[in-house]
Ligand binder design. Sequence first.
Ligand code: F6R
Length: 610
Amino acid sequence: MCGIVGYIGKRDTQSVLIEGLKKLEYRGYDSAGIAVYTPEGLKITKSIGRLANLESKLESAPLVGSAGIGHTRWATHGKPSDVNSHPHTDRTQKFSVVHNGIVENYLELKDELISQGYTFVSETDTEVISHLVAREYDGDIVKAVQKAISHMRGAFALGVLTEYEPNKLVAVRQASPLIIGIGEGENFIGSDIPALLNYTRKVYILNDGEMAVLTPDSVELMTIEGNFISREMINVDWDEVTAEKGGFDHFMLKEIHEQPKAYRDTMRGRIDETGRKVIMPELKLTPEQIRNIRNIHVVACGTAYHAGLVGGSVIEQLVRIPVAFDVASEYRYRSPLITPETLVIVVSQSGETADTLAALREAQANGAHVLAITNVVGSSIARDANDVIATLAGPEIAVASTKAYTSQLIAFYLFALYLAEVRGTQSEAEIAHIIAAMQALPEQVESMLANTDSIKAYAEQISKHPNLFFIGRGLDYAVAQEGSLKLKEISYIHSEAYAAGELKHGTLALIEEGVPVIALVTQEAVMEKTVSNIKEVKARGGDVMALTYEEHVADMLKSVDQAFAIPKTLPMLAPAISVVPLQLLAYYASLALGHDVDKPRNLAKSVTVE
Ligand code: F6R
């Protein structure tokens, strides 16, 4: 996820771009840059780090001109650096491009361009676009962009500017957001509404497969094939704070709703076109190394650890390699058995968690290969790990992790399938079957998010209780732990997660009349056993809510007080669905209790102390 702005008109272009980027920093902030058409031609200034670094570069050498594009980056292809920052340009430096998204076939295109004599200076997929536009240019920038994107697969929102036609700014949307702002004698582009609100409230929202050509006095909308379209102009009446949250009341709710997109983005480019194979071109781990793995350690903290519980179990199940799980703060102190044949998987949204970083170093010191699953490509953990699988959830602002957790699950599923293929532990047909079910997940989550009223009502009900329990077996137990953590951290209601069969070994003593118990019942192989445990709870007066598939709701209601249906999927993928109502439950309970949802007491987003 990155932020794009663009401007054409009579204002000070540089300051419009910088002000817009400030509003988009939530989309990424590891580097930033702008390109402005100046009297001396197209000029680009960019800098690694926060926007302030770019601003101080521009202070001594401002870019003055009548049109420009800007970008704030969240690294995906290539580490954060000056040279990998956007805008990118071609060898003639007459074209510049800002891009949000991923060009899936960029390696193919890069090889083709190199064979045609083009040279690359960055590691990004975006640089391919600037060379393609330059190659296709024949006096018409709109046609050049259309031709360039006809070669590209993937997700992209683009802003394109050329010195040859400085009166035009071209914008494209293909599976990454982009809006057009309309002014008087000036027009704008932006990844999101907040970037434009200082200047205009009139916007067009582009749909996928559409583009816009802006001059100071006109905006033409068309499909990427060049067919003109008309669109109703929207008048935005959000205040700025609401706008930054995309119209949601809190970042947490926005991020819960961003999960389908995070699933799609994390899968994008990692499943081959036939849908029968996972591809992980980013991995340095060779097939030979993979075949030699003797054991796996999954190490992380908090929510990331809970994602690891699911992911490690799935690897063990599909690949039959023994997996051990550790919270990172304990790992070093139990003298774990690490050998060069141990693969250590560290999981961290921020990539900066001190305990996880220390565990990574311990593992490397003992000769292990360390694979990091992280959301921040330029983070300490990403830099130090031997391999990185980036989750493409975009920046997570709310302290309570939601979309990072679920995209970590997706990364684990992909990696497990990749290992299974290399080690030959699953057939191609079985892998294809799982991939198809994964590809259905975003829509299934969307359907759940379309109606959250019953979860909200239940959250209001449980917010009156001081204690509650989450129970489940197998992967349901792993999700129960995440549901319980989420509820504790933002609603401050005490809860415990228990393996459903373990409750009777002591904790059942705490179940009395009316104590809420949330039972996850998605693992059909152990469903009957979980129902027996639910009956043990009911017999002591517990008030049980079950999360299960529609087809089991009627039966389940014979044993529980309430049941919520979730969309059906494969047992191993159920956590990517069943956790969503639990996130909402925590959110609405916190809201009902009047707490600061996005910034719960005593906690910080990034924990850089041990
Ligand atoms: C809970 C939460 C924390 C983090 C934990 C690890 O919602 O966000 O439990 O998961 O502090 O953080 P990262 O993933 O950044 O290493």
